[in-house]
Design a protein around this ligand. Structure first.
Ligand SMILES: [Fe+2]
Length: 144
């Protein structure tokens, strides 16, 4: 399945949002996927790729759940819309993980990673941007 051309904008340039903890989580996630990308390009052992994908899935679940919890706690008006994007993205990532475990198709995984990187840019600059703007009007301390 072909998603996109390789991500053409600066891979490391994530949009900043008004809640610092969110920026930290986003750059941690990007670092994790950047390592996975390097491992794939260096033909690392499948077990190492498996572990890195699991860590990515886990990081994503915690990342989304944290944002969703805050949206609910503070009654963010666009919570269902934001949460809907999370659900779709997580389902896709879980599907890609299953496909990797079944087929060990490096090209398909590399392709998905490019798609994910575009998704992340789009998601942060829309959903996360507005959510962070909203949350920043409260005095919220988040421990990561
Ligand atoms: Fe989000």
């Amino acid at each position: 399945m072909a998603y996109t051309e390789p991500y053409s904008v600066d891979w490391d340039a994530l949009p900043n949002v008004a809640m610092p903890f969110m920026n930290t989580v986003h750059s941690d996630e990007l670092a994790l996927v950047t390592r996975l990308l390097a491992s794939l390009n260096n033909a690392a052992a499948p077990a190492s790729i498996d572990a890195q994908i699991s860590a990515w899935v886990e990081h994503t679940q915690v990342h989304f759940a944290r944002e969703e919890h805050l949206m609910q706690e503070y009654n963010f008006f666009a919570a269902p819309c934001h949460q809907g994007e999370h659900e779709q993205a997580l389902l896709q990532l879980l599907g890609v993980q299953q496909q990797w475990l079944r087929e060990r198709d490096t090209a398909a995984l590399l392709d998905y990673i490019q798609h994910w990187r575009e998704w992340l840019q789009q998601h942060i600059s829309t959903m996360d941007f507005v959510t962070a703007q909203f949350l920043s009007s409260f005095n919220i301390q988040v421990e990561l």
